[in-house]
Design a protein around this ligand. Structure first.
Ligand SMILES: NC(=O)c1ccc[n+]([C@@H]2O[C@H](COP(=O)([O-])OP(=O)(O)OC[C@H]3O[C@@H](n4cnc5c(N)ncnc54)[C@H](OP(=O)(O)O)[C@@H]3O)[C@@H](O)[C@H]2O)c1
Length: 312
């Protein structure tokens, strides 16, 4: 049984796993990866104005030969130009007349009044559903209070280590018919390996004959949250899709992951994991370490040199 769909508060149906073209893909030609993902069974593709991957997603859609109705396309307004200009450009990039879901990428990067612009975009038929991303509980409550349309979706950073802080947001969203989508859920593997979550995740993986990745994605599903993930590897894409076949985690396993996540990762792990691993950063870190060591050697050697000279 493949991943199913969730019915949004406007009646539209959204597939519960999406293949993302942001994160490591920004500015890259993702055509082959999106094609591969669609071939394996992903029908929901996530992109954004900011990612500069929309035109490659468009190429992959055309290459797939699938009917438009077989695919669910999400893109986001990232605050570049007006929302109306942005949706026109996104649709041109994607080669589509309508996106299935149009999100405000982040409340911090769009001008006030953007939600009302998205309402108009939905009315004009350029987006079937509209929603937001990276909204905290306060911001979402304020938006809902002042708006005609309740967002269909809130796409947020969500993994076992930030579940505790997002619990209220998840509960409130569910109560108000807002579907939560999770990005970067594999953080316990990709960013914080060796943290407290590993133990219960590995134990559940052993019981289910599954991988830790699959256990984390199953845990996301257990929270009623839609998965937005990505991969450059066919085996990983298949591994994600196979999650649909796995039995649920037990209440005890879910509680053990929640509890371990609430302990958090140590500060030193956090700092090093958040520093990008790009050659530029590694170079800056090397130069900084070299300078600190040089300063230390100087601080020790210079007084000794002065002392030696005064004695000589
Ligand atoms: N709304 C927003 O602000 C926002 C922010 C960030 C992301 N997103 C969306 O969410 C999508 C997914 O984000 P994400 O990449 O952070 O998601 P993720 O699902 O946490 O991570 C996916 C990454 O995990 C790697 N991975 C998979 N299995 C692994 C393993 N066993 N060991 C080590 N690495 C492994 C994959 O690399 P391989 O290629 O090696 O498989 C891939 O790069 C983005 O593309 C974007 O569409 C949205």
């Amino acid at each position: 049984m493949p991943f199913g769909t969730v019915t949004l508060n406007d009646g539209n149906k959204m597939p519960t796993i999406a293949f993302g073209t942001g994160s490591k893909w920004k500015g890259h030609d993702v055509t082959a990866y999106v094609e591969q993902a669609i071939e394996l069974g992903f029908s929901h593709i996530d992109t954004a104005q900011f990612y500069r991957t929309e035109r490659f997603v468009g190429d992959a859609i055309r290459e797939s030969g699938l009917d438009r109705s077989d695919l669910f396309i999400t893109t986001k307004y990232s605050g570049i130009g007006t929302a109306q200009q942005a949706i026109n450009k996104s649709l041109a990039n994607l080669g589509l007349k309508q996106v299935d879901l149009y999100l405000i990428h982040s409340p911090r990067i769009v001008p006030p009044g953007t939600w009302q612009k998205l309402e108009r975009i939905q009315e004009s038929g350029l987006a079937k559903s509209i929603g937001v991303s990276n909204y905290t509980l306060d911001l979402l409550q304020a938006l809902v209070k002042d708006s005609k349309v309740v967002p269909a979706v809130n796409q947020i950073l969500f993994h076992p280590y930030n579940y505790e802080e997002n619990k209220e947001l998840l509960e409130w969203s569910a109560k108000h018919g807002i579907v939560t989508e999770a990005y970067s859920s594999l953080a316990p593997i990709t960013r914080f390996p060796g943290g407290p979550v590993d133990k219960p995740v590995n134990a559940a993986a052993k019981r289910l004959g599954a991988t830790p990745t699959q256990v984390i994605l199953t845990w996301v599903r257990s929270k009623g949250v839609v998965i937005v993930t990505t991969s450059s590897r066919k085996d990983h894409m298949q591994e994600y899709l196979d999650v649909a076949e796995l039995p649920s985690l037990t209440d005890e396993e879910i509680a053990a992951i929640d509890e371990a996540g609430a302990k958090g990762v140590s500060k030193s792990v956090l700092i090093t994991r958040f520093l990008p691993n790009t050659p530029t950063w590694l170079w800056i870190r090397t130069v900084a370490l070299f300078s600190i060591n040089l300063a230390l050697v100087y601080a020790i050697a210079y007084p000794l040199y002065v002392l030696y000279n005064s004695l000589a």
